[in-house]
Design a protein. Structure first.
Length: 97
């Protein structure tokens, strides 16, 4: 049993070239925030359109309220994410180097 442990191969964590890693990484933080803001904006526009459709009688009030609530929840979530990011930034700025 001890021989099998001693004969095990070592794993090198840096086996991929840096360029390969950079090409296959996911979207960056700025891209994710931009997508989130665009999504919230889209939901706000949908809610505005649904209000007009409810007033014109083209949509039921329940569907309109659902669209409004989706927009409200997404805006509140984005605001909370912003608050957390700002708190983290302020904490980093207070660190002594």
């Amino acid at each position: 049993m001890i021989n099998s442990v001693n004969n095990s191969h070592r794993i090198n964590l840096n086996t991929r070239p840096v360029q390969d890693i950079l090409e296959h990484r996911g979207p960056g933080f700025a891209e994710r925030i931009r997508d989130a803001v665009n999504d919230v904006n889209s939901k706000q526009n949908t809610a505005d359109d649904s209000i007009e459709q409810v007033i014109q009688g083209k949509m039921g009030i329940h569907e309109g309220m659902i669209a409004i609530e989706k927009a409200e929840v997404s805006l509140k979530l984005l605001a909370q994410v912003r608050n957390k990011v700002m708190n983290a930034y302020n904490e980093i700025m207070r660190m002594q180097v």
